[in-house]
Design a protein around this ligand. Structure first.
Ligand code: KIV
Length: 275
């Protein structure tokens, strides 16, 4: 019997798998994770791609923007995630200023993410200005996922988190950028917070898959921040977010019950201690 048949290990999702999924008309599921336990849960539940997003800055570190995240922070989170994953493709965000200064620095950052963290691919925000850098990284054998539309690392340039590319000129630029990213060798592109009609146009124009967040149902896949879709962030309710659980309430109730049981002496009981 071949090792492939006797092995119980799941077939790993690769960058080629997600390109093939688009070709086959199968939607791609992607969620964020930043630690071993959550990554293991999400992987076991059958997700296709796990994104170690620099949204860790918001939901893990408590910063207002993604800008403070360093390459070392992202390498740490990514290495934790990689250890929890058997099947999913693990894509790691390159953080702000780890790839924008020079191509050489970008290549070193991407290389560290692959070598030290064990990422399977990196994600980078932006279009034309980073195309040559992306080519160089892809040429070095590192798969790159692009990210267009609302790119949170540029929040101080935009000034708001509102929907992008509503006007003709920005929409045209986005279409051009998407084609440039595909030609540069990106295996997929995140489209964040853009009008659904534009997302359809981009998705139909490209051979590589688009993964949308707030970009409508015409994308080839969808991504959400796991903390948001699991209802851990009670205060974040954008229109595009669907909550699949209310872990905020569950945790508050569970912790409240624990506090009560400790204070009343109900915990631990006879069976919960050693004789
Ligand atoms: O950092 C992140 O979580 C992201 C997703 C919102 C796409 O980039």
């Amino acid at each position: 019997m071949s090792t492939e048949l006797s092995s119980n290990k799941p077939v790993k999702v690769t960058t080629q798998t997600v390109v093939d999924m688009k070709e086959a008309g199968e939607k791609i599921s992607m969620l964020t994770a930043y630690d071993f336990t959550m990554a293991k849960l999400i992987d076991n539940a059958g997700i296709d791609i796990i994104l170690v997003g620099d949204s860790a800055s918001n939901v893990i570190a408590g910063f207002e923007t993604t800008l403070p995240m360093t390459l070392d922070h992202m390498i740490y989170h990514t290495s934790c995630v990689v250890r929890g994953v058997d099947r999913a493709l693990v894509v790691a965000d390159l953080p702000f200023m780890s790839y924008q200064v020079t191509t050489k620095e970008a290549l070193i950052s991407a290389g560290r993410m692959m070598k030290e963290a064990g990422a399977h691919a990196v994600k980078m925000e932006g279009g034309k200005p980073i195309v040559e850098t992306i080519k160089r990284i892809v040429d070095a054998g590192i798969p790159v996922m692009g990210h267009l539309g609302l790119t949170p690392q540029s929040i101080y340039k935009f000034g708001t988190y509102k929907v992008r590319a509503k006007e003709e000129e920005e929409a045209e630029q986005l279409l051009t950028d998407a084609k440039l990213l595909q030609d540069a060798g990106c295996f997929s592109i995140v489209l964040e917070k853009i009008p659904s009609k534009l997302a359809i146009e981009v998705s139909q124009m490209l051979d590589i898959p688009t993964i949308g967040i707030g970009a409508g149902s015409g994308c080839d896949g969808q991504v959400l921040v796991s903390h948001d879709m699991l209802g851990l962030n009670k205060d974040f309710s954008p229109r595009f977010l669907r909550r699949y659980a209310d872990l905020h309430s569950e945790i508050i109730t569970a912790v409240g019950n624990y506090v009560h049981d400790v204070k009343s002496g109900d915990f631990p009981n006879d069976k919960e201690q050693y004789n």
